[in-house]
Design a binder for this molecule. Structure first.
Ligand SMILES: CC(C)(COP(=O)(O)OP(=O)(O)OC[C@H]1O[C@@H](n2cnc3c(N)ncnc32)[C@H](O[C@H]2O[C@H](COP(=O)(O)OP(=O)(O)OP(=O)(O)O)[C@@H](O)[C@H]2O)[C@@H]1O)[C@@H](O)C(=O)NCCC(=O)NCCS
Ligand SMILES: Nc1ncnc2[nH]cnc12
Length: 291
């Protein structure tokens, strides 16, 4: 990809990132999560707050795109976007009155925005995800938070969480979710069902530290089994699979657990999908693309 300047790059990528967050929130139904219908396992959140939160992050993603413009993965880049990311988290908490809505999404989308902005040529999603992983592998020496929910859960259960997902180049996005979304579209599912199917595959596979933090390993195993059952029944487009969504919702609510990490990764999938779609069209005028 090649933009005219850093500002237009930051602005374009930020618009796509915020759009992905809004589309994730809008998807209904989503077991255990906030959607248009209800707030799932969250008593301090609702749909409007998710939208306010998504919009509050516009300047964060723009600034990350500007800071990373034509920059290769490096310690310096890692630390400069970490500072912008932390400022974004502050903005998110101000916008939501102190509730964590999009921390995992700021992390994942921030890294991917930086990766895309850094590349001087139109490139593949695989390369974008790998570059983001490389950036995530540098240590942020100025990191302030040590005892996060994710960190505590990683220590207790030995899972990789959001940090590992990014450092490995987003395997659940690239190898599970994006192929599921595309295959569901090819099968002729509506866009809503295709996205829901993608979310269910993520819940079945991701070690979501948000579920682990609230409900422990029992909650994670039960949620993954419920999601796997939906897949085994033929997915959300079958009557049995659709009915399975109720069981997944009941399972999550019985542990007061929410698959917030999977929701963030769905937003990542929607973001990368939109980047791919724009890659060959309007976002970048042909005259500005170097191949
Ligand atoms: C490296 C960081 C991601 C920090 O990670 P860490 O694991 O240490 O910290 P957490 O605070 O737990 O945040 C991680 C969030 O990532 C999401 N997530 C969980 N599992 C996965 C997974 N397997 N793969 C990908 N993503 C995952 C999840 O976010 C969602 O859940 C949030 C709600 O979570 P929580 O606060 O635990 O919710 P409650 O249960 O309601 O909490 P309590 O009220 O009970 O306390 C929701 O926001 C979703 O987004 C995890 O929360 C990174 O944040 C970091 O280092 N940031 C610094 C800045 C930076 O370097 N930025 C880089 C460029 S932008
Ligand atoms: N829709 C959603 N509901 C609850 N937590 C989330 N984190 C990211 N998206 C979410």
């Amino acid at each position: 990809m090649h933009w005219k300047d850093a500002e237009s790059c930051g602005k374009a990528l930020s618009e796509l990132a915020v759009k992905a967050l809004i589309e994730e929130a809008e998807l209904t139904p989503k077991p255990g999560l906030v959607d248009r219908k209800d707030s799932g396992a969250h008593n301090d959140l609702n749909f409007e707050k998710m939208i306010v939160s998504a919009n509050s992050l516009k300047s964060t993603f723009r600034d990350i795109g500007i800071a990373a413009f034509l920059k290769k993965p490096s310690q310096e880049l890692r630390e400069s976007i970490a500072e912008i990311g932390r400022h974004g988290e502050k903005k998110m908490f101000e916008a939501t009155g102190g509730t964590n809505t999009h921390k995992g999404a700021i992390w994942a989308l921030g890294l991917l925005v930086a990766s895309i902005a850094g590349q001087s040529q139109r490139t593949s999603l695989e390369r974008i995800a790998n570059f983001a992983g490389e950036i995530a592998c540098f240590i942020d020496r100025k990191a302030t938070q040590t005892s996060t929910n994710g960190y505590n859960v990683q220590k207790r259960f030995g899972v990789q969480g959001a940090r590992g997902e990014a450092q490995q180049g987003f395997p659940h996005v690239m190898e599970v979710a994006l192929p599921v979304l595309r295959e569901a579209r090819e099968r002729g599912l509506t866009e809503t069902l295709a996205r829901l199917e993608t979310l269910i595959h993520l819940i079945a596979r991701v070690d979501d530290t948000c579920i682990l933090h609230r409900g422990g390993m029992d909650a994670l195993t039960s949620a993954q089994k419920s999601a796997e059952t939906i897949i085994r029944l033929g997915g959300v487009s079958t009557l049995e699979g659709w009915r399975g969504l109720d069981q997944l919702e009941k399972t999550l609510l019985s542990y007061n657990a929410s698959p917030g990490g999977s929701a963030d990764l769905l937003a990542v999938v929607l973001f990368l999908d939109s980047v791919d779609a724009k890659n060959s069209s309007a976002l970048i005028p042909e005259s500005l693309i170097t191949v």
